[in-house]
Design a protein around this ligand. Structure first.
Ligand code: NAD
Ligand code: ZN
Length: 237
């Protein structure tokens, strides 16, 4: 039996910024170049080719060579050391898994898999060349869709359940690189706080949480701050 309540990390687009993935919004945001409607579920079914042309560029050409940074690696090491029990992420870039984390709750799904819109069969993205668009299912030839949620879709049930469980049980939630603006994911730290957890936040800018529920705010880049926290923890881990 565990002698202490576990801690969890809750991450967003900011943790992948130092890997070279721009956020969706803001000055260098993805939506300055692409129209967000390509990720609206209704539009996707009505215009699969047009949507897939943008999706391929954003998630399968651009994400292809992206590597985890020091922040992802630090979280993976903390999981191995037993300092955190899971990472709940809003990201769909697969970088937590690539860095070695195993308990990763993908609240918005993942770009690493495609799902058939007819038979629900799944295909690993890396198995496809994306030369012919839109990609189709090898079993039934129907349209494939990335296995992350589009605007207008609900949270995957298993991820939702697991995220709630960890948020309710954790002693500490470490927030990294999220503005807290995207619902319902942004409720998870509030649930943790209401269940007695301490909230530690690492963000490049203050967020909606900072003056509201955060107990300790560390202002800076995740890839620089997390290894410094690790140095500080070394004598006790
Ligand atoms: P957001 O873009 O709303 O906020 C990013 C936050 O990260 C900001 O608070 C910013 O101050 C902070 N930040 C930026 N660079 C940082 C750094 N180097 N270190 C620490 N913090 C840094 O992101 P969000 O809250 O995750 O919401 C965006 C939504 O878009 C999410 O739903 C997410 O799924 C999706 N998204 C995912 C990816 C990805 O998979 N990598 C990329 C863009 C957007
Ligand atoms: Zn199929």
């Amino acid at each position: 039996m565990q002698a202490h309540k576990p801690s969890v990390a809750f991450t967003g687009a900011g943790i992948s910024a130092e890997s070279g993935i721009p956020p969706f919004r803001g000055e260098n945001g993805i939506w300055n170049k692409y129209d967000p409607k390509v990720l609206e579920i209704k539009y996707f079914y009505q215009h699969p080719l047009e949507s897939w042309q943008a999706i391929r560029e954003i998630f399968y050409r651009f994400f292809e060579n992206i590597q985890p940074n020091a922040a992802h690696l630090q979280l993976a090491e903390w999981e191995k050391n037993g300092l955190i029990s899971a990472v709940i992420t809003q990201n769909i870039d697969d970088l937590h898994q690539k860095s070695g984390s195993t308990e990763v709750i993908e609240f918005h799904g993942t770009s690493a898999r495609l799902i058939c819109t007819a038979c629900s069969g799944s295909t690993e993205s890396k198995m496809l060349s994306f030369q012919h668009l839109p990609p189709t299912c090898s079993k039934c030839s129907s349209l494939l869709k990335p296995d992350f949620i589009f605007f207008g879709e609900g949270i995957p049930e298993n991820a939702h359940k697991a995220a709630l469980h960890h948020s309710q049980q954790c002693a500490t939630m470490l927030i990294v690189g999220t503005s807290g603006e995207v619902a319902p994911a942004n409720q998870l730290p509030l649930i943790a706080k209401n269940n007695g957890a301490k909230i530690i936040e690492v963000n490049a800018e203050p967020s909606l949480y900072t003056s509201h529920i955060t107990d300790v705010f560390i202002h800076g880049k995740a890839g620089e701050i997390l290894p410094v926290i690790h140095q500080f923890l070394l004598p006790i881990s």
